[in-house]
Write a protein that binds this ligand. Structure first.
Ligand SMILES: *[C@@H]1O[C@H](CO)[C@@H](O)[C@H](O)[C@H]1NC(C)=O
Ligand SMILES: *[C@@H]1O[C@H](CO)[C@@H](O)[C@H](O)[C@H]1NC(C)=O
Length: 309
């Protein structure tokens, strides 16, 4: 994959508001956008490394032996190529804008077979979509929003291809699911062993982890078991996030270090659960106690209304 200077300049001018003179415009470089760009690059490095590890380990025959169609291996190569392209695009844009791009970390991906890799890929791609969607509202440059949206579209296509390949419905929700930076980082940091100390510190921190112990995949109305590191003291809620819905519920029961909760009917597709101090339906650093846990919820059959025209 080669990467041309004009593309690098295109992104730098997006960040800098269309100027071809980065040195002059650097003062107006929006710090929040630079942070988000480094955050996006952190995630793209992770995805790039993930596909390269898997495709170094398993060849086309391994995937066909695991039951995937012969052509699916090509899809994976396209995805790897896309993630590499995203890394190079963000690196070049940051460099051209005078920032030092973060470099790749050391990762640990729980994948032992082609199938477990593709299942994990579907989750990682869903997380990528949630990351770009959740960061969108923080981006101050409209042009940069277009670049981020452009990457989001590609990540959503990856999510669709990998979900379809493992039998999950790609379009299980009417809406995509936005997640805040800290929530995404909480999950992503689970794959990161260590990062070079020379990487710029990102303005993100992980929440206490929350593990889905049973209920994968789940269904609306089913019970999921969630395990936090420690059960919160005092009353708390399980807040589900799926598409544009944020639905807090009281736990059904709490026992043996486990929190049981009923999956609300609106939850569908790759969704997330947090433990929260309140049932406000607001998710902020101040009310999130733990999470997110990733919950895959298989929808019931779709319905639509022929009289709505
Ligand atoms: C939820 O957030 C909104 C917007 O920030 C705020 O107006 C509202 O008071 C919050 N609700 C609760 C219960 O904290
Ligand atoms: C279908 O949509 C029409 C028009 O909005 C509404 O009156 C009707 O109740 C809907 N039917 C169902 C089964 O939801």
């Amino acid at each position: 994959m080669h990467f041309s200077t004009p593309t690098a300049l295109a992104l730098s001018s997006l960040i800098l508001g269309g100027s071809a003179a980065p040195a002059i415009k650097r003062q107006s470089y929006p710090n929040i956008d630079a942070d988000i760009l480094q955050y996006a690059l952190t995630l793209e490095h992770l995805e790039n490394a993930f596909y390269k590890q898997a495709l170094s380990k398993w060849d086309q025959q391994s995937f066909t032996d695991a039951g995937f169609p012969a052509q699916f291996y090509d899809d994976l190569k396209y995805i790897a190529h896309d993630e590499e392209g995203h890394v190079l695009y963000l690196e070049a844009g940051l460099t051209a804008a005078g920032a030092k791009p973060v470099v790749a970390c050391t990762y640990n991906f729980p994948m032992t077979t082609p199938l477990s890799f593709v299942q994990l890929a579907s989750v990682v791609e869903g997380l990528g979509v949630s990351a770009y969607l959740g960061a969108a509202a923080d981006i101050t440059s409209k042009a940069y929003l277009t670049a981020a949206g452009s990457i989001l579209v590609t990540e959503a296509l990856h999510a669709s291809a990998t979900r379809g390949a493992v039998g999950e419905i790609p379009m299980a929700n009417v809406f995509g699911t936005p997640l805040g930076l800290n929530a995404v980082y909480t999950i992503a940091s689970g794959f990161i062993v260590s990062c070079p100390s020379t990487n710029v510190a990102l303005p993100v921190s992980a929440y206490p982890s929350l593990t889905l112990v049973s209920g994968a995949p789940s269904a609306p109305g089913a019970v999921v078991d969630l395990q936090p590191k420690t059960i919160p003291t005092g009353s708390f809620f399980v807040t589900f996030v799926s598409g544009l819905d944020i639905i807090p519920v009281a736990p059904q029961s709490v026992a043996n270090g486990m929190v049981m909760a009923v999956v609300p009917t609106m939850i569908s597709g790759q969704s997330y659960a947090f433990l929260t101090t309140d049932n406000s339906g607001n998710l902020t650093d101040s009310n999130i106690l733990a999470g997110p846990a990733i919950i895959e919820v298989t929808p019931s059959s779709p319905t639509f209304n022929l009289t709505i025209t």
